[in-house]
Design a protein around this ligand. Structure first.
Ligand SMILES: Cc1ncc(COP(=O)(O)O)c(C=O)c1O
Length: 284
């Protein structure tokens, strides 16, 4: 039987009884994280936990359990679920209360669920690259919060699927923000550009790590927004996220990029793979 985390306890998945009055159902009122597990080791887990608490704080959800204990529970979940390669999904909703827009008063306990999913690393796509399509970013203005209200992102991903693409790269008034579930990057004249970590994007944990690794390696990485025109005139394009790692984009709509995956994308991929190997003891 598949295991899951439910408010601090590891239980069989079918033992979880989530109320229809959970605000996650009514309003998408909650926050979440997805943490990668490689060879049984959690990758960048502390950074994910930090962002989870930050997201919760930004929307006024109080997580009673402390981050260390919470992380221990996720490690226990990973063990009991026998997860070797895959992801841990964890969600914290504002809790259970009859449907009414304002926060419940008095406050109710946050409802926490977590589950695991086996997943292989997308080696073939990481080597060959993928296609993307450019679409308008129609999401709200709090994209820094990892909210479970993901309708905008779902619609954006569906547009990619319908266009035969791996990802949608979104823009607001011609300024590229991010993918539907990834951060977007271009390389021009050996400099990497990505949107600054403000309210218009989710500050990806993979984004943060690759910026750190790249800069330590001497690569010029600028957190400076770029336009859809810059995207089409770029030397290299890639997207990054927990499950896709660093994914080269070899075509955006009708535009094909020459030398692909490009050399800087490949260097960043190698640096990230080495980091995964170090942290999680994985062989790439
Ligand atoms: C909108 C959005 N941007 C960026 C990312 C990448 O973030 P991370 O690297 O933390 O997975 C995600 C991940 O789900 C996302 O949903």
């Amino acid at each position: 039987m598949e295991k899951a985390l439910w408010n601090g306890k590891i239980v069989n998945k079918d033992e979880i009884k989530i109320s229809i009055d959970d605000r996650a159902f009514h309003f998408g009122d909650g926050v979440y994280e997805v943490i990668r597990v490689y060879e049984g080791e959690l990758y960048l887990a502390e950074a994910h936990m930090k962002r989870l608490y930050q997201s919760a704080e930004k929307v006024g959800i109080r997580i009673e359990v402390n981050p260390d204990t919470f992380l221990e529970q996720l490690v226990q979940l990973k063990e009991e679920a026998n997860l070797i390669d895959g992801t841990i999904y964890v969600q914290v909703s504002r809790g259970v209360s009859p449907r009414n827009h304002p926060f419940p008063t008095p406050a109710v306990a946050a409802e926490i669920v977590g589950f695991t999913k086996g997943a292989k690393r997308p080696f073939e796509q990481m080597k060959a690259g993928v296609k993307a399509t450019v679409i308008e970013d129609t999401r709200w203005l709090h994209c820094d919060i990892k909210s479970i209200s993901l309708l905008g992102n779902v619609l954006a991903k569906q547009k990619a699927v319908e266009a035969g693409c791996f990802e949608s790269i979104q823009h607001r008034d011609g300024v590229v923000t991010e993918g539907s579930s990834t951060n977007a990057f271009i390389v021009k004249n050996n400099t990497v550009y990505t949107h600054p970590a403000d309210h218009l994007i989710l500050n990806g944990i993979t984004r943060q790590r690759l910026i750190e690794l790249g800069r330590n390696h001497g690569i010029d990485i600028q957190e400076v927004a770029f336009s859809t025109e810059d995207l089409l005139n770029a030397d290299e394009v890639f997207v990054a996220g927990t499950t896709v790692e660093i994914m080269p984009v070899i075509q955006v709509d009708d535009k094909k990029y020459g030398d692909n995956p490009g050399p800087i994308t490949q260097t960043l991929q190698r640096l990230l793979h080495e980091d995964i190997e170090k942290v999680a003891g994985v062989r790439n």
